[in-house]
Design a protein around this ligand. Structure first.
Ligand code: 13P
Length: 252
């Protein structure tokens, strides 16, 4: 059975004090996390160690970074390597978020290198894909996402791919209040799974967790998570409010 995951992507928000408060509020929210359900928290880099301390020994809670660099180590001032992230206790790393692709010009090829470094260091990548509005309007979103998957993931063997979580985040739904409908999410998730099945076989594809991201909220999470191929969410804005994020986590 593939895992169900709800991940909090804080992006570039909150002070350390606010972040600590948020994690403590979540830990105090009495979340029910049966076997196979995971909560992943992705704070900014400077808070990773602190959040790790807060969630250590809390079953079902895991730590993610929001990015890593595409080189192993060396003279890359300001960058953070996969090895460093592992050394502070990160379990996951978000890679290829549309904001990184857009503002930092990350390409599918560069993301393939990041994926490899993450895996080599024992981090599970949360690989983001998703189309911009003009692609959705042209109804070519399937081909667009298929290319992102092929160019960043398909060099992996099946064992490596099984370490990857995929997050479908249609760009037009991120931070806009415009959520994909449950049907739109299900259609794309089923398409992604079918693509993975064609490349790696159905057994592997059935094992891959595919998250939805884009204006997910307590009010729409239940309907989204009820879709057979939606295995949870990657939550931005609503992850900054403990009660909202907790409600989303409990939406399965
Ligand atoms: P919002 O939930 O704020 O739309 O952000 C989604 C997202 O980008 C998560 O990575």
């Amino acid at each position: 059975m593939r895992k169900k995951i709800v991940a909090a992507n804080w992006k570039m928000n909150l002070t350390l004090e606010q972040g600590e408060q948020l994690v403590n509020d979540l830990l105090g929210a009495g979340l029910q996390l049966p076997e196979g359900r995971e909560v992943v928290i992705a704070p900014p880099f400077p808070y990773l160690l602190k959040v790790k301390q807060l969630i250590s020994n809390k079953p079902g809670f895991f730590l993610a970074a929001q990015n890593c660099y595409s080189e192993k180590s060396g003279a890359y001032t300001g960058e953070v390597s996969a090895e460093m992230l592992r050394s502070v206790g990160a379990d996951f790393v978000i890679l290829g978020h549309s904001e990184r692709r857009e503002y930092f010009s990350e390409s599918n090829a560069q993301l393939a290198k990041k994926i490899d470094l993450a895996l080599a260091n024992g981090l599970k990548p949360i690989f983001c894909c998703g189309e911009p509005l003009e692609v959705r309007k042209a109804e070519t979103q399937n081909a667009y996402v298929a290319k992102q998957l092929a160019e960043s993931l398909y060099h992996l063997d099946a064992a490596a791919l099984k370490q990857v979580v995929i997050a479908y985040e249609p760009i037009w739904a991120i931070g806009t209040g415009l959520t994909a409908s449950a049907q739109q999410a299900q259609d794309m998730h089923a398409f992604i799974r079918a693509e993975l099945a064609a490349k790696y076989g159905d057994a592997v594809a059935q094992d891959i967790t595919i998250l939805y991201g884009g204006s997910a909220k307590p009010g729409n999470a239940k309907e989204l998570f009820a879709c057979p191929d939606v295995d949870g969410g990657l939550i931005g804005g609503a992850s900054l409010v403990a009660a909202d994020f907790a409600a989303i986590v409990q939406s399965f």
